[in-house]
Design a protein around this ligand. Sequence first.
Ligand code: PGA
Length: 246
Amino acid sequence: MRRKLVVGNWKMNGNRLTNTELLAGVEEAGPYTADVAVCAPFPYLSEVALSLQAKRIGWGAQDCSAHESGAYTGEVSAEMLAEFGCRFVIVGHSERRAYHAESDQLVADKAKIALKHNLTPIVCVGETLAEREANQTDAIVKRQMSAVIHTLGHCISQIVVAYEPVWAIGTGLTATPEQAQAVHALLRVQLHAATPKSDQMQILYGGSVKPDNAAALFSQPDIDGGLIGGASLKAADFVAICRAAR
Ligand code: PGA
C-alpha cells in the first residue's frame, strides 16, 4: 500500500508573516494520515526549516541547479538545499520548462543531482492544451519521463512523479479523475518497465486541486496525492486537501 503525499508549491508567493501564519494553521490542524510537505521560495527555507523542525510536516524547494557548485550566478545547488534540511525539490515544473526553457535532459540532470544529495526530486510532467487536443498527451508525458528514466537508471524508484497537465495549472480547470488516472496508469506502466519497484512509487496529480475535487482525484488507484499550487496558500484549503488524502 502506497502512502499518500500532499505537497504545497508556494511558487513566488508569501512573505515572512504570511508564511508563519500559514504554517501555524497547517500544523495545528494535523497530524494527517498522508505525508505533508511545503515547497517554499529559497529565501524562506531557513525559517521554514526552523518552524517545522521536529514537526511532522516536511519541506523542500521549487528548483535546484543541475550543477554541483561554481560560477552559476543566481542558482542554488542541491547540496545547499540539503543543508537546510530539505526533503524534497520540485524539478521540471511546467513554469520552469516554459519560462526558463528547461529541456527534458536538464530536468533529468537536476533530478540526478538532487538524489545524489539525498533529496527526493518531485519530477513534473504534463502536456499543454494544444498537445492534448492533438492527442499527444501520452507521447509527451512518456518522452518527458523517459529522459529521467534514462538518466537515473535503477535509481528512478527513488523519485516522486507529479503529473501536471499544463492547461489545468492555475486555471481552475482540473483534469477529471478519470483523465488523470489514465495518465497516471500510463506512467506507472512506463516506470514498471524501468524498475520492479514502480508499484511503490508515488505519482501525484497537480493542476487546480481544490478542497472540493481532491477526494475524487485521490481515490483513483494510481493517484497517490497531489502537488498543490494556489490552494496551498490558504491554510483552510490546504488542510482540507491534506485531510482528503488518506
Ligand atoms: P495550481 O498549481 O494548484 O495552482 O493549479 C499546481 C502547480 O503548479 O504545482
